[in-house]
Write a protein that binds this ligand. Structure first.
Ligand code: SF4
Length: 449
């Protein structure tokens, strides 16, 4: 087939978005071009997320729609069979979990692609093009070839440095879907970073479920701060970020690196999940509130203007009102700059999902989440107000002409604050200095200086 087109629908986290860029790159090599219109695609890929039930349901509902597009025909034996095109690929975390059951549940799916089999995509596509239905989900050591990446045009390039997690928090599906921690080879990471910079990207964000574990399976000395130093040494003006940190795994060496290296930004994303010691224990998190606070205080005392963001879950099984209030208190007391919030969603296979008797009613979870969000908004506004009148460096990400004719550029400070600035020119990709003139809940306003 000439001029084959592929459409990828990506759900969930940044790691999935990064995987989608890799899929596009690999598929381009075997003759596919990307389309934004799923109806004209020869291959439809859903890149799934299993962190919440809602996301999983969305994936199945989407392929249900695509299955109908595929249509059915009757073969010579009089049996109904699905038409060969468009090919449907079910990839990502739900694929990893569901394996061959997905082929039974959705008989129009051609390929189930697990998270650790991403780099086999070109060969697997050839097999489904030849008419096979394939499931490829077995766990395997991190392997990759010299692949092309077809990045979404932007300022920031996401670069995975490791995958998987060994922590087994009782609510989390990631260790089951992404496997155990595996570090990418530094030479591949550095090559990818250099290529992204040569293509014009101005910010590199290193990705991993637990970036502090980077290098544990590599020769001694090759850890996160070592990697940051290698990247910082690359010539040119650009920024470096990394996510996500596990609270008790953040080392002084990494904090020193953030202070010392000019390109590494003053930003830490450190999920706390609950402010209550009993719930933290039930979550199998390896710290209590006092320890987490000590870590934040330590980072703040050392890194000027640092932004610390976090994640919280409302309505974990058995959470009492008092325990939930400890989370609200923690969020305020720690002066967190921003938090991702979610209500607890039971995930099959995880330990907490078995505590059905302790499940919090949906209406209580919803109400707690609303209060958590209210606290989050207050924390964000308080954090943003600290920067009123300050001069800050902004990397411009976007230029827009608004409906009322106003021309505005938007960018981020080193510590990840979003700033809108009136400006007649498109300065996307440039580093500019601004004065902060106004602080809103989710962003700052500034003026060029
Ligand atoms: S550390 Fe993060 S990714 Fe790992 S199990 Fe816990 S919540 Fe999931």
């Amino acid at each position: 087939m000439e001029n084959k087109k592929v459409y990828i629908e990506t759900l969930g986290c940044q790691m999935n978005k990064s995987d989608a860029e890799r899929m596009y790159g690999m598929l381009e090599h075997i003759g596919y071009t990307q389309t934004e219109n799923p109806k004209e695609a020869d291959m439809l890929i859903i890149n799934t997320c299993s962190i919440r039930q809602l996301s999983e349901d969305k994936a199945y509902s989407q392929i249900g729609v695509w299955g109908k597009w595929k249509g059915v025909s009757i073969n010579e034996k009089g049996t109904r069979v699905y038409n060969p095109y468009p090919k449907i690929v079910f990839a990502g975390c739900v694929a990893q979990q569901g394996g061959k059951n997905i082929l039974k549940r959705a008989p129009y799916v051609d390929l189930v692609l697990g998270t650790q089999r991403l780099y086999e995509l070109p060969n697997l596509v050839k097999r489904i093009e030849a008419g096979e239905r394939v499931v490829s989900v077995e766990e395997k050591p991190f392997e990759e070839s010299e692949i092309q990446i077809n990045r979404v045009k932007s300022i920031n390039a996401w670069v995975p440095i490791m995958e998987g997690c060994n922590n087994f928090c009782t609510y989390c599906i990631v260790p089951y879907t992404r496997g155990r921690e595996r570090s990418r080879k530094p030479e591949l990471i550095l090559a990818e970073v250099k290529k992204a910079l040569s293509e014009g990207f101005k910010e590199i964000t290193l990705l991993g479920q637990n970036v502090d574990s980077y290098g544990k399976d590599l020769p001694e000395g090759q850890n996160l701060s070592w990697l940051l130093r290698q990247i910082n040494a690359i010539e040119g003006k650009f920024r470096i970020r990394f996510v996500t940190n596990y609270p008790t795994d953040i080392t002084d060496e990494v904090i020193d690196t953030v202070i010392e290296l000019d390109k590494v930004c003053e930003y830490f994303h450190i999920p706390m999940q609950s402010g209550d010691d009993y719930i933290l224990k039930k979550m199998n998190r390896r710290y209590d509130y006092a320890t987490y606070k000590k870590i934040c205080d330590h980072i703040r005392s050392r890194v000027k203007d640092v932004t610390i963001t976090s994640d919280f879950i409302a309505g974990f099984p058995g959470e009492t009102e008092e325990q939930f209030e400890n989370t609200l208190k923690a969020m305020t007391e720690l002066e967190l700059d921003y938090s991702n919030t979610a209500s607890y969603s039971p995930r099959e296979k995880t330990v907490a999902a078995k505590w059905v008797d302790l499940y919090i009613p949906e209406d209580v979870k919803t109400e707690r989440l609303a209060r958590l969000n209210e606290h989050n908004r207050a924390c964000c506004l308080a954090s943003n107000k600290k920067y009123l009148g300050r001069e800050m460096e902004v990397l411009v990400e976007n230029f827009e002409v608004r409906k009322n004719g106003d021309k505005v550029i938007t960018g981020r400070t080193r510590n990840n604050k979003i700033v809108h600035i009136p400006c007649d020119r498109d300065l996307t990709g440039e580093f500019i200095n601004v004065r902060i003139t106004n602080a809103r809940t989710w962003y700052l306003n500034g003026e060029l200086i």
